[in-house]
Design a protein around this ligand. Sequence first.
Ligand code: ADP
Ligand code: MG
Length: 488
Amino acid sequence: MQWETVIGLEVHVQLATQSKIFSGSSTDFGAEPNSQASAVDLAMPGTLPVLNEQAVSMAVQFGLGINAEIPEVSVFDRKNYFYPDLPKGYQTSQMYYPIVGPGEVEISLDDGSTQRIRVHHAHLEEDAGKSLHEDYHGMTGIDLNRAGTPLLEIVSEPDMRNAKQAVAYLRAIHAIVTYLGISDGNMAEGSMRCDVNVSVRPKGQAEFGTRAEIKNVNSFRFVERAIAYEVERQIELIEDGGKVVQETRLYDPDADETRSMRTKEEANDYRYFPCPDLLPIVLDPTYVEQLRDALPELPAEKRARFESALGLSAYDAGVLSANRATADFFEEVMAICGDAKQAANWVQGELSGALNREGLSIENSPVSAQQLGGLLVRVIDDTINGKAAKQVFQAMWNGEGDSANNSADAIIDARGLKQVTDTGAIEAMIDQVISDSPAQVAQYRDAEPDKRGKMIGYFVGQTMKASRGTANPQQVNTLLKQKLDALC
Ligand code: ADP
Ligand code: MG
């Protein structure tokens, strides 16, 4: 039996507001427990929530960024349930009239192809507090700093058919919210987490299978692994004559498995009702249009422009537009050196290799975009060859040269890396190499003409060495061939 996987994601994005969605408490991460929870966050009697306008603006920007319908009116509802980290006894959310209507997100896959995933809607809600289990023997501590932090929950249609697509979708959402600057996207700190809905069905069947919802998965890798485990579990279960039950599951990264949390029968009845303390949000169309006009170029547009206007491959364009910091870095290097392909190669090659080795993000790159651009100017105008360029890059990485405009020139001068293109000088080095290598010359002479091409490598190597890597490799090649063939 052939099976098909169906996946839908509910992504929770923490919005980068200074204060909470309904109070003036700070949203800063990592503060002393319970130092940032106000009476409003706790819904003390007599307090009233006041909606944070920034949260509204950010949600609308997201909606515009995915070409969604933005309804004029949206409404907050109370989602009632009892849990220690929810002192209000309800979460303020949007059930029936969300702030963002249907839209779509373009995802890009490893082979460079793109695909559209529909978004059902996105709604505003507040986060709950956090239960602390360590340090409390037989008890649970509660930190309410996170209570009331604004979240945007983005609900996809069940449009994904494998784990790679789900991860690509999550990456696309991550790119959009960070491009817009509406979230720091920091998954390790919980700024982005998702509920993964997974079902399987026999290939060709029209109806969806029963889904399991894996709650609160907080890394790209875990999304992929949780789906892989869950798909296998469901297929095995059905093939053994069992039935998938609709339930909430938890992914345990240590055991690399999902476990049941609660089934539908035990599910809460949330008794949603409109929050009487908050007015509906009514958006003025001119306000929405102002936000639309102020939108930055988003990842999908950038990717398309990198391909069509700069002539980059689909793969390069995808990698370089995947996050804003990388895209900005690349564009700055390109603006300085004027060559998109060189800039793309260096950002993805030498630079990202070095960053990966040291576990640094591009924002903390020891080599700035200005420095790399300056270096590439000297590669493009033939001041240095590719080999010397790598040395200059390494020197910059280690802090050599001044970090101002053209530290490349300072390093090239200090290390004598200027490329030798003077034919006379190269010829002199070649003559020396030839007279120092009588045995190799004899071998060359005795070889079949079609084997000689390979044998020239030795002489190129010796000449480059004699020039300490500074000779122009193309010239060395051409001149060597002429001189050696003249000896045959
Ligand atoms: P609920 O309101 O009960 O959470 P929804 O219908 O709103 O359920 O769906 C929640 C998420 O589950 C959405 O992202 C949706 O795409 C996804 N989903 C719904 N049905 C399936 C299914 N059969 N298989 C996989 N995902 C599904
Ligand atoms: Mg749900």
